[in-house]
Design a protein around this ligand. Structure first.
Ligand SMILES: Cc1ncc(COP(=O)(O)O)c(C=O)c1O
Length: 359
């Protein structure tokens, strides 16, 4: 039976990327060695790192003066590296849920943290950014609750921040839509949703913003170490970096970020239209502007609460995988990352419609 992978992360990757990775596990680009056993110092790995950085720059239209790093440690390590490198006195954080809260907790160890506003079921915009902050931090897509900062709200944030540096956790919506990278000093995320298997973290960093804090930064936690070392100061996660490169080649070949943006919109429209008009289910995020296109959350209406297990069973039998909501939200969550095609979302919509016919 065909499986439709709606896991929140690690998550679906393009089939051809998985096949190419499997081929490289057996023989890395005709070298007679597996990608699992090559040295990152070998002459044939450097081009992988170089192309991965170049492709990220090309796909996101990253201006001059930025570097793209591929590191270990996950987005969770960035929660600490960001303030270590950037927070001298005060930083402003927009709290939109669990991941923002974890970032805030780490930042508090380094200086004063201003929580601009907090909400888990909407993107609050009622705040001003004090111009004496070292930076402002946002989480562009909230994987657990299913909210996402719309392009319109992002534009408003760019205005509100004024001259304050902007830093974003884009773990779960990187490369899903065009973004104006010039507005940010650092963009980071775990790559295990839209890019690669678990194990690699991407960091897009404006070189100019580094080196301004007075504290000592341990070598491995200093972004300058990795900028200077071209992501090779220590052994990089070779296999996930290679898969990230393959995913970016796939994206470029198909039409780049503009193409995926349109496809992601189509998928989100399809599924939200279904749950907005459903007899049994309702979306958890009511404000349409704040709805995530990557993580679409829905619950049974109160009168149908008892049907949770039955729908889960029904959907599982139809090949739907990973649709249980996060334990904090309950209900269901369909993660529709870049590699999920329209047909996959249509299969889930058909599944919901067929289930409704039975009740
Ligand atoms: C928005 C967001 N930030 C951070 C993280 C944590 O990432 P990692 O597990 O790579 O540390 C996640 C993981 O799902 C996430 O969704």
């Amino acid at each position: 039976m065909k499986k439709y992978n709606f896991n929140a992360g690690p998550s679906i990757l393009p089939q051809e990327v998985i096949k190419q990775t499997a081929e490289a596990v057996m023989d890395f680009e005709g070298q007679g060695l597996s990608v699992l056993e090559i040295s990152h110092r070998a002459k044939y790995f450097q081009p992988v790192m170089d192309e991965a950085e170049a492709l990220m720059k090309e796909l996101l239209n990253i201006p001059e003066g930025y570097r793209v790093l591929f590191l270990g440690g996950g987005a969770s390590l960035e929660f600490c590296m960001v303030p270590f490198n950037m927070l001298e006195k005060k930083a402003a954080y927009l709290n939109t849920g669990v991941w923002s809260k974890k970032a805030i907790k780490e930042a508090k160890a380094f200086g004063e943290v201003v929580e601009l506003a907090a909400s888990t079921n909407s993107i609050p915009m009622d705040f001003e950014v004090s111009q004496d902050c070292d930076y402002m931090h946002i989480t562009t897509n909230n994987t657990i609750y299913g909210t996402e900062i719309s392009n319109r709200k992002l534009a408003e944030i760019y205005k509100k921040k004024g001259n304050v540096r902007l830093i974003a956790d884009m773990s779960s919506d990187i490369l899903s839509r065009p973004i104006d990278v010039s507005q940010y000093d650092i963009i980071y995320g775990g790559a295990q949703k839209n890019l690669a298997p678990a194990g690699v973290t991407f960091v897009i960093v404006k070189e100019e913003c580094l080196g301004h804090v007075t504290r000592h930064i341990p070598t491995m936690l200093d972004y300058r170490t990795h900028v200077d070392g071209g992501s090779m100061f220590n052994t990089p996660p070779v296999l996930p970096v290679y898969t990230a490169l393959l995913t970016m080649r796939w994206l470029k070949k198909n039409g780049g970020v503009a193409w995926i943006d349109a496809r992601n919109q189509k998928k989100a429209d399809l599924l939200y239209e279904c749950i907005d008009n459903s007899k049994i289910f309702m979306p958890t995020i009511t404000d349409k502007e704040d709805r995530s296109r990557m993580n679409i959350c829905f619950v049974p209406k109160p009168e149908y609460e008892g049907l949770f297990d039955e729908f889960f069973q029904f959907a599982s039998e139809r090949g739907m995988v990973g649709i249980k909501g996060h334990r904090l939200v309950g209900g269901f969550r369909a993660s529709c990352y870049n590699a999920m095609d329209v047909e996959g979302v249509q299969a889930l919509v058909d599944c919901i419609h067929d289930f409704e016919k039975m009740h």
